[in-house]
Design a protein around this ligand. Sequence first.
Ligand SMILES: C[S@@+](CC[C@H](N)C(=O)[O-])C[C@H]1O[C@@H](n2cnc3c(N)ncnc32)[C@H](O)[C@@H]1O
Length: 182
Amino acid sequence: MTATLISILAIGAALLLAMVVIGPALFGSPWHPISRKDLKRALDFCEAQAGERLVDLGSGDGRVLIAAAKQYGLLATGIEIDPLKVWLSSFRVRREGVQDRVYIVQADLFDTDYGEADILFVYLTHQAIDKLFPKILEQLKPTAKILCYRFCIRGMTPDKVNADKTLFLYTRNKGARVNQFR
Ligand SMILES: C[S@@+](CC[C@H](N)C(=O)[O-])C[C@H]1O[C@@H](n2cnc3c(N)ncnc32)[C@H](O)[C@@H]1O
């Protein structure tokens, strides 16, 4: 009886581990939330304007979305593959009272359209970023900004890098470049 219970608990723990840690790590990026201090620095760095839509690619526990909505007046969308983190972050969003500005989707970030985004927040490994870029640029608004934390986009030159080289801001600025050729 005890042995059966232990086996059930062990299987449950293994499944939970697979869902929360191994799955996301294999299909995109492992869970490693940004620190509160770096989160504030990141949102200041991209000079977000109230009312803009930020999309967090792999939104984890929802901390980026909540800070974006609460402290910067942004509309925030989270894409997260792990149902447990979707549940946890949705709970935190409601607890913080920002459910009218934050929307979380359980989806694969490689299968999502980012045409609505003003700011993409990217905290993913180089392997995941290589899989997304440059193809994802075709979907983005000409004015969209891409804010990368810790991992830059290989093959693209950032418009701005912070002093300790943990924040990389890319702006498409397509319209401005086209106008230069007039
Ligand atoms: C490095 S964490 C970043 C979490 C959050 N953005 C933050 O800064 O605190 C990466 C997140 O991406 C999620 N993830 C990994 N692969 C994914 C995929 N293919 N689609 C959606 N989310 C994914 C993981 O579950 C994890 O929550």
